[in-house]
Design a protein around this ligand. Structure first.
Ligand SMILES: [Mg+2]
Length: 365
């Protein structure tokens, strides 16, 4: 996920907001391209990947709070300061000393792509409610706006959909539309401006319309605009899609930066994320197994008596706050059986739950 994301990010960074003529002339998928205006070194990734690393590290550490996310954004930036951030946010990260100061000074009103570009790692959680909750939580720190949050949740669901093989690639947009307001299934092929939903929709379009990583990258960058984010999201999510041919040209991995936080570091983090995902799946399966087996009760008879019967019996589970004696008096006062409701039905209406339990009556010696 993160290696492919960094590849899309670094390749796209050479074309971010570059003119259509420059993209047409240089987007040939044969080398990382020097951006016509920025000083970014070809093959070096930007904010999209660095902030995804931060979210991935918070997931692996296991303490998922606003404070932990904010601290991770500051730590990842300060240990490996790099270009590619929007200048306002770059200066903000330079100026704050820790996560606490980040949270106290940040005005989280943006609806741009910042919280969506870093949301793919949340897709590893098995429960969609958890994916949505975590993508939302991390978005509220910097992008606490309707469109900002929706874009982040949609991005997290892109990776979740493929990691858990929830359906065919052609249904990706429709799947996201079921869970997030927006027209995510509609193709978006015009130049991508700064809004988060534009990058995410463009990435969804690139994946749905192409069957190989090379063609997805080609399409992601060809739209022009904020294409490092589009390509990062599209390749990061499509890396887990079984319908997509993993055929990226060799130079993309070979020439991707490989310093302290480069290719090998990202591959290691990817492996840890996949191991975490396997643990989360196993935990979920174990908890479901307990629920499926249900309760069984063993009644021990006297040693001389052999009955050997196994029956199902019904019980009522009574909420702690329900006073059964008081309810019985009330039920009798209302006419008892002639009220048209048995006492059991009366208790069920008040919140009691019917349990069917296997009861084993055996001669236990
Ligand atoms: Mg970027």
């Amino acid at each position: 996920m993160l290696v492919q994301m960094a590849i899309g990010d670094a390749y796209g960074a050479g074309f971010e907001y570059a003119s259509a003529e420059f993209v047409l002339a240089n987007h040939r998928l044969t080398m990382y391209v020097q951006h016509p205006k920025h000083k970014l070194v070809p093959g070096v990734y930007t904010d999209d990947t660095q902030m995804s690393i931060a979210n991935a590290e918070v997931i692996l550490a296991g303490i998922l709070s606003r404070e932990a996310f904010a601290q991770a954004y500051v730590d990842c930036f300060k240990r490996d300061q790099r270009e590619g951030y929007a200048s306002g946010f770059y200066n903000f990260l330079c100026s704050v000393k820790d996560g606490e100061e980040f949270l106290s000074l940040m005005k989280p009103i943006s609806d741009k792509s910042g919280s969506a570009m870093r949301a793919l790692p949340f897709g590893i959680y098995p429960d969609i409610e958890v994916v949505i909750a975590l993508a939302t939580l991390q978005s509220t720190i910097t992008h606490n706006s309707f469109h900002g949050i929706n874009a982040a949740v949609a991005a997290a669901l892109m990776s979740h959909y493929f990691l858990y093989q929830l359906g065919p690639k052609s249904e990706l947009g429709a799947f996201i539309e079921k869970h997030v307001p927006g027209t995510w299934a509609e193709p978006y092929t015009i130049p991508v401006a700064q809004k988060g939903w534009m990058s995410v929709r463009s990435a969804i379009t690139a994946i749905m319309g192409n069957d190989s990583m090379t063609e997805i990258l080609r399409a992601s960058v060809a739209v022009t605009g904020d294409v490092d984010t589009v390509a990062a999201l599209a390749l990061g999510a499509a890396a887990a899609c079984s319908e997509v041919k993993q055929d990226l040209p060799e130079f993309l991995e070979r020439d991707l930066e490989n310093g302290a936080y480069g290719r090998d570091f990202l591959a290691d983090l990817d492996a840890k994320l996949m191991a975490k995902m396997a643990d989360l799946k196993a935990e979920k399966a174990a908890s479901q197994q307990v629920a499926v087996s249900g309760p069984r009760i063993l009644v021990v008879q006297s040693p001389e008596q052999w009955t050997g019967a196994i029956n199902s019996q019904s019980f009522l589970e009574i909420p702690t706050a329900l006073d059964v004696q008081k309810e019985e008096n009330a039920w009798f006062a209302a006419g008892g059986d002639s009220s048209g409701k048995s006492f059991v039905e009366h208790l069920l209406a008040l919140g009691a739950t019917r349990l069917t339990v296997e009861v084993w009556n055996i001669n236990y010696q």
